[in-house]
Design a protein around this ligand. Sequence first.
Ligand SMILES: *Cc1c(COP(=O)(O)O)cnc(C)c1O
Length: 344
Amino acid sequence: MNLQELLRANIRNLEPYSCARDEFKGEASVYLDANENPYNAPYNRYPDPLQWEVKKRISTQKGVHIENIFLGNGSDEPIDLLYRAFCEPRIDNVVAIDPTYGMYKVCASINDVEYRQVLLNDEYQFAADELLQATDEHTKLIWLCSPNNPTGNSLNPDEIKKTLDNFNGIVVVDEAYIDFSSQQSFASRLSHYPNLVILQTFSKAWGSAAIRLGMAFASPEIVQVLNKIKYPYNINILTQQQALDVLDNAERTKQWVETLLKERANLIEELKKIPLVQHIYPTDANFILIKVSDANSVYHYLTDKGIIVRNRTKVSLCLNSLRVTVGTPEENKILLEELKKYNN
Ligand SMILES: *Cc1c(COP(=O)(O)O)cnc(C)c1O
């Protein structure tokens, strides 16, 4: 794969915006270069455009080199930037598994890029060959998500590897739920696959959905492209500070994950005893997809009790399925009690 050839011509030739904080990077005593107000420290100053402190901490935490890390305003940002970097509107296309996370398709529409979907099998797995058959010379990205949303299962790593080995474009593996998974992250394989982009996020295991911080791990060449086209100061200082704080308390995150995994196991055991639950799909994430007799009816019943789950009945292969996030022991107990009382 030749990355420069894969890029859109306008991005390849782009002269990026150069901000004051890009031009001078050292320590100084008098900053008169960015038209900032000298008062109201520290919020008067533009934040670090490349977030070095946060990346250093992530690098240690995840075992990924700093030059392999891109940070965005949630995973949403790298998802959108990948389209803008590689997909020529109305000409190029992308291929994705179906069902999966909805943002890949929305971003394709926003960027006027054809979105090709390949249905998973009834175990919610995919075959690399089938996915590759859906590609053509205009396919720039393949979207994989493992553990997958809304199904909850991890994708077969051998099929992911086969896709990476045989596709002449970018393969994105969204690992938003990897901290809850029994599977290994693909992050350790970055040096082996120059066409791999891994997405992770602070929104799930790290308990920080509100700060909007997403990570993309990829080859330095791909990271440079994303940095070139992002908004100069895409991660604000409040987010950077909060990220440092949560990374300094990694032990707390580990405990949350342990608690949630125990709760997940307990929730599954209890759900099995409830007659309206027809099937519980295997999960490697902090949510459980369950099949019920009538998803719309159960969904509205729960909503009336003040309990909100995600109704996925209209999603491919998810007829009459509800996606339930694992909550605190108290929240899970309330859910189970109400489900036990349901009768139609
Ligand atoms: C929740 C989720 C994300 C997180 O998105 P952010 O923009 O980082 O909050 C990413 N991918 C998948 C599949 C998700 O379910």
